[in-house]
Write a protein that binds this ligand. Structure first.
Ligand SMILES: *[C@@H]1O[C@H](CO)[C@@H](O)[C@H](O)[C@H]1NC(C)=O
Ligand SMILES: *[C@@H]1O[C@H](CO)[C@@H](O)[C@H](O)[C@H]1NC(C)=O
Ligand SMILES: *[C@@H]1O[C@H](CO)[C@@H](O)[C@H](O)[C@H]1NC(C)=O
Ligand SMILES: *[C@@H]1O[C@H](CO)[C@@H](O)[C@H](O)[C@H]1NC(C)=O
Ligand SMILES: *[C@@H]1O[C@H](CO)[C@@H](O)[C@H](O)[C@H]1NC(C)=O
Ligand SMILES: *[C@@H]1O[C@H](CO)[C@@H](O)[C@H](O)[C@H]1NC(C)=O
Ligand SMILES: *[C@@H]1O[C@H](CO)[C@@H](O)[C@H](O)[C@H]1NC(C)=O
Length: 360
């Protein structure tokens, strides 16, 4: 509690709450506080952040009205909307919080507007969660060109459940310091729709795409771009791609992301064997669950060609496992096998061959 008294606005709120009045939608707390039964899980892990002055608002229907009375010097703001589908949300509203570092908004809007003439000079992390419930469809929110370019310090942008095609092709252009771009459930079947939107962000070092709808890895062009795709994402140090099932791979389709950190997808044997033709040169962590017809020899072939370091597999037919079939897996540092319906390796396997995988 002590830290709170250094903020005059909080002192005001605290006095109010002592006399029985509290902010109707938001809980405000300092890092040193014991949160007790603090219910807003979305904001709680921020306790480990350096910035500690947090407001967590729930059941918000209209941001402008429901957030009235928040102290201007909060660092973290988490908002959970109940109804927002027909509203516009203007990033300019948040410029009254000049110390804001972290902004989390769970809610689907009709439109998101840029900051306009105002600024959010310290905002580093922004989470936009558009989908109410997992698997319940997409948020069709119009987001126009260059919407985020005035967020001069934004380094981490996380977007979940927003339909990508409702956003302008150049929606992410001009964000000066964006390093980490993470998009989940973009309701998009074409990976290049995502990559084309971020290829001009020179500061990017990490990309994470979680797109269950993507089933084909196809060759693509970004319109108005004549760049050689193999040099577009040169500076990335981490690329995670998570799909459900890939059923089609075109030759060279992945030439612009040659070095993957994580690839998570199911493949049939036939499609898996085409993976090295996709242009991917290297994968560190590869996981493939739920495939029925893949034999370990084919997997090890791919492990060898793509220099895979760690592999997580669910193989239905473990009877094909043998020393000779895993020879090409020799470069692996870790292998996790599980059989049908089992989380852990099936007991009837002869596990002695695994020792041959260990590097000397
Ligand atoms: C949103 O707006 C549309 C069209 O203006 C209208 O048909 C719909 O009922 C509105 N939905 C809500 C929840 O207000
Ligand atoms: C990828 O190519 C296949 C075969 O040409 C086609 O059926 C599929 O619709 C394409 N997918 C995308 C997302 O372009
Ligand atoms: C890589 O980073 C450097 C320095 O930030 C930048 O000048 C260059 O344009 C970047 N390259 C690509 C392909 O984005
Ligand atoms: C790329 O775009 C050009 C011009 O629009 C087109 O001729 C070409 O077929 C496209 N290539 C691919 C792989 O889509
Ligand atoms: C693209 O760049 C790569 C490596 O920088 C090079 O090997 C390849 O020949 C280039 N492709 C084209 C079409 O210029
Ligand atoms: C691929 O990524 C690994 C790990 O980040 C790195 O050690 C390696 O140099 C990268 N290779 C290329 C060709 O970028
Ligand atoms: C499992 O693999 C073995 C050896 O490759 C093969 O003979 C057998 O038919 C396979 N079983 C099933 C159910 O696919």
């Amino acid at each position: 509690m002590r830290g709170m008294f250094s903020h005059p606005a909080v002192l005001f709120l605290w006095i109010q709450s002592a006399s029985g009045w509290m902010h109707p939608k938001c809980q405000i707390y300092d890092s040193g506080e014991d949160l007790g039964d603090f219910a807003t899980w979305t904001c709680t892990y921020l306790r480990h952040h350096e910035e500690h002055y947090t407001a967590a608002c729930e059941e918000v229907t209209a941001i402008e009205e429901d957030l009235l009375g928040l102290p201007p010097n909060i660092n973290n703001l988490c908002i959970t909307m109940t109804h927002g589908e027909n509203r516009s949300m203007s990033l300019g509203f948040f410029s009254q919080f000049q110390d804001l570092v972290y902004l989390y908004i769970d809610g689907c809007f009709a439109q998101i507007l840029p900051t306009g003439n105002s600024h959010l000079p310290n905002l580093e992390h922004m989470y936009l969660i558009g989908k109410w419930v997992m698997g319940s469809g997409c948020c069709d929110c119009h987001i126009g060109p260059h919407t985020f370019r005035d967020l001069v310090k934004l380094s981490h942008l996380y977007i979940q459940g927003y339909r990508l095609r409702a956003m302008a092709p150049d929606v992410f252009h001009g964000i000066p310091q964006l390093q980490i771009f993470s998009i989940g459930e973009p309701c998009e079947e074409d990976l290049s729709e995502i990559l084309c939107r971020i290829m001009n962000i020179k500061s990017l070092i990490k990309i994470r795409v979680n797109a269950p709808e993507i089933q084909s890895l196809n060759q693509s062009n970004c319109s108005n771009n004549n760049q050689n795709v193999t040099s577009v994402f040169n500076n990335l140090t981490r690329v995670d791609l998570l799909f459900d099932e890939i059923t089609h791979i075109e030759e060279g389709a992945m030439a612009w992301l040659q070095n993957l950190t994580i690839l998570n997808a199911d493949f049939s044997q036939e499609v898996l064997l085409r993976l090295p033709l996709s242009g991917i040169k290297q994968i560190q962590y590869f996981s493939c669950f739920g495939s029925n017809d893949i034999d370990i020899e084919s997997i090890c072939n791919v492990v060898f060609l793509l220099s895979i370091k760690q592999i997580y597999l669910n193989i239905a037919n473990t009877s094909s496992l043998s020393m000779s079939s895993v020879e090409l897996c020799i470069g692996l540092e870790y292998m996790h096998l599980s059989g049908p319906g089992a989380i852990y390796p099936t007991p009837h396997l002869k596990w002695n061959f695994i020792s041959s995988l260990k590097k000397p």
